[in-house]
Design a binder for this molecule. Structure first.
Ligand code: ADP
Ligand code: ZN
Length: 728
């Protein structure tokens, strides 16, 4: 350790803020001095902003004109480990350091003095007069189990004016309280005995314990239900026994509830929770307790990776292949990769868990960079589902219907046996396309290069790119003929209609993220289904993620070919993962399950691999193809995205860049494009993409920096670099 640096009062400091300024600013250390890494509040023009003491000021500026730090936050300074990680991350992702710092300091209310603000909690009085607005406030309260809210936060979440909240407080329905002191979390007890592990599990747990306490990455692979969670909870136990903190990243909030309950069962108390659904005061508390070492285990979304842990000893990334770990706006990063990076600075162990690992992690294990633990079978007696294709070319099916007679028969058999069937279609809404039968016009979004998707429950057309909605028009916007607009193709809502027609007596549940107003509503729907409250479950991607439905014995995939269209080199991997995950839902308990894939191309190599069950052969084949193409994980890749209000200048800049590839040529990198980006227009901005491909060991970021320095961007054009893009 380099020793903690201390700055005397009045010393010159360089303070890094999260403001888009790009470099640390100089200030004077406050009365009483401060440590390197201290979280401080500093004046910036008329505002007060938060920053971190990043080093000593360099003496360029006249001390008399420097302003002193306003105050130092009463938490331990940011540790060197986190500062180095942020520097390295900014460097790797080619974004600005302030942009990355923002991820680590974005917690609201950190500088609130006790008593400076009020929080609102549910009181015991019932409202005398209900209005729709008041109802919404109480709904938000219920969704968060009585947590305390700031006034502005509550008003915003409920979509009401602050007066509505205050009115509820005046009548005693809500109680106005002091911001609570941030209390430590209840202690987890890692010495409590866990479940009796199977031999496979015990071997895995032993391997993880052997690697505890130092940096190293382990891929924990096992089919859904094989007991991975039990195994990595043993790594958590070991980490806690060593007195260090652990972090578990999950790809989706809806999964945390089940996980929290399991942690409580295992360790006797609940961990800290970090995600967008947590209240501001809860997040502030967790942030502070992480810094003070007073929370032992944090469960959270990808942004939990930036918490100021005092001593981080373990990071678990569950469902590590999940694409939601990739942040696609602002700082573009993959939380799985950044978890490994942070762990390397923190001296922490990493566990990447998945039934269907990313090819990246698979390849790292093959190359010996990661260790690998395999859980071969499902826990207990339950068997993996039997998988088969339904050849749609041989099925007789009416127009505007998508469930083949074979699948109908299978579903009926399950319902008669008192079991559940799931129909999977990865398309939200009613129909993916709305077309005019008079002129052929397709209704698109005014701001994006995307078709509007009809959502019949909401009675609106929705853009899945930007969220814009509009009413379904009577007349075609192009030819003005009325009554000719027709839905084309299926979405889950339309599939629900077909299910109602074919299985009139069945109880049907539709699980699609847009149909639930809150995480609680979704959770309740999932619990109802798990308890047997539905015969047929219709679901989009959210059903692929880890929910446990004990009565489910049949999964029917409506369109297994959906992901295989297009030229993306990751399409095979993604389809394979998704189909395997979805199929893994069937037959979790003692009942054997079956997964049926409706496909028009049963001989397609990916479909055959999914059905064939020889996963390692599939990964080896994929690996060989990627290696031949020189793309990740066997080569390096970066996307350059130019965006602006006009498309022409973007192509001009791109073409200019493509002509002067000197710095890239020097490292043997190739440039492709410019071409329209996979999403060519979003929110009124055009997007043009270039791809740069380099050898595995090449210093790509350095060359990119030199290359991009050659262009001068017009005011309205933005350039973003996407290292390791999701599609290529
Ligand atoms: P995965 O994380 O691989 O999907 P889980 O850890 O969730 O698997 O295990 C699947 C189910 O089996 C869970 O309900 C879990 O409680 C149970 N289970 C796993 N291992 C054991 C064990 N050793 N003893 C008892 N139940 C277990
Ligand atoms: Zn749009």
């Amino acid at each position: 350790m380099s020793g903690q640096s201390w700055f005397e009062a009045g010393a010159r400091l360089a303070v890094l803020t999260a403001e888009p300024i790009g470099r640390p600013l100089d200030y004077l250390a406050p009365e009483g001095g401060c440590f390197l890494g201290a979280f401080v509040e500093v004046p910036l023009g008329p505002r007060k902003v938060m920053g971190v003491v990043w080093g000593a000021g360099d003496g360029r500026f006249d001390a008399a004109r420097l302003k002193p730090v306003i105050r130092v936050l009463d938490v331990p300074p940011m540790r060197e480990e986190l500062r180095e990680f942020l520097i390295r991350m900014a460097d790797y992702t080619m974004t600005s350091l302030p942009g990355v710092l923002r991820l680590a300091t974005r917690t609201p209310g950190l500088f609130d003095a006790p008593g400076a603000r009020k929080v609102y909690r549910p009181g015991s009085t019932l409202p005398a007069r209900m209005t729709e607005a008041r109802e919404r406030v109480l709904e938000v309260m219920r969704d968060h189990g009585g947590a305390g809210f700031y006034l502005s936060e509550l008003a915003q979440m409920a979509g009401v004016t602050p007066q509505v909240v205050k009115g509820l407080a005046t009548s005693g329905v809500l109680i106005e309280a002091e911001v609570p002191r941030d209390l430590p979390y209840p202690r987890l007890d890692p010495t409590r005995p866990g479940k009796n592990l199977s031999d496979d599990q015990a071997r895995g747990a032993e391997a993880l314990r052997a690697g505890a306490g130092r940096f190293g990455t382990c891929l924990l692979k096992g089919v859904t239900g094989s007991g991975k969670t039990e195994v990595y909870l043993e790594a958590v136990a070991e980490c806690l026994r060593q007195g260090r903190q652990a972090l578990a990243l999950l790809p989706e909030i809806a999964l945390t509830t089940e996980f929290l309950a399991r942690v409580e069962e295992r360790f006797g108390a609940r961990p800290g929770e970090w995600h967008s659904g947590a209240t501001q005061s809860e997040r502030r508390r967790l942030w502070k307790m992480a810094a003070e070492g007073e929370v032992q285990l944090v469960v959270g979304a990808r942004s939990a990776l930036f918490l100021p842990f005092r001593d981080l000893g373990l990071i678990v990334v569950d469902e590590e292949h999940d694409s939601s770990y990739k942040q696609e706006e602002g700082v573009l990063y993959n939380a799985r990769d950044m978890a490994v990076l942070r762990a390397s600075f923190a001296g922490a162990q990493v566990v990447l868990a998945s039934a269907t690992p990313s090819l990246e992690s698979w390849a790292n294990a093959e190359a010996g960079k990661y260790t690998r633990i395999d859980l071969q079978s499902r826990f207990g007696a339950s068997e993996l589902p039997e998988m088969a294709a339904i050849d749609m070319r041989a099925e007789r099916i009416e127009a505007a219907h998508w469930i083949s007679p074979t699948l109908v028969g299978e579903v009926l058999a399950r319902i008669r046996a008192g079991e559940q069937a799931m129909l999977f279609l990865n398309r939200r809404g009613y129909a993916p396309v709305t077309i005019c039968r008079a002129c052929g016009h397709q209704i698109g979004c005014d701001h994006c290069d995307a078709r509007m998707v009809e959502h019949r429950f909401q009675k609106r057309l929705v853009c899945h790119q930007c969220g814009e909605t509009k009413p379904i028009p009577e007349a075609c916007p192009s030819c003005k003929v009325e009554g000719k607009l027709a839905p084309v193709g299926p979405g889950v809502e339309r599939l629900a209609e077909e299910v109602a027609e074919r299985f009139p007596d069945a109880r049907v549940a539709v699980l699609s993220s847009d149909l639930f107003g809150s995480a609680r509503a979704l959770k309740e729907a999932i619990e109802t289904i798990a308890a047997g409250g539905a015969d047929i479950i219709i679901g989009t991607q959210i059903v692929a993620k880890g929910h446990n439905f004990p009565l489910l014995t049949l999964v029917g995939v409506i369109d297994a070919d959906l992901g295989l269209q297009g030229s993306d080199l990751r399409a095979a991997e993604r389809t394979f993962q998704l189909m395997r995950q979805v199929a893994g839902r069937a037959g979790r308990a003692e009942k054997p399950g079956r997964a049926l894939l409706q496909t028009f191309q049963p001989e397609h190599p990916v479909i055959r691999a999914i059905l064939g069950g020889n996963e390692e052969a599939f990964w080896r084949e994929e690996a060989a193809q990627r290696r031949a193409a020189g793309v990740p994980p066997y080569g390096r890749m970066a996307g350059i995205i130019l965006s602006g209000p006009e498309v022409q200048p973007l192509f001009e800049i791109g073409s200019a860049l493509a002509r002067q590839t000197g710095p890239l040529a020097q490292i043997g990198a190739q440039v492709f494009g410019p071409a329209p980006a996979p999403i060519a227009r979003v929110r009124g901005r055009h997007r043009v993409r270039m791809l740069v491909k380099a050898d595995k060991g090449a210093p790509l970021q350095k060359a990119l920096r030199q290359w991009l320095r050659q262009v001068k961007l017009p005011a309205q054009v933005r350039l973003a670099v996407d290292i390791d893009p999701q599609s290529f």
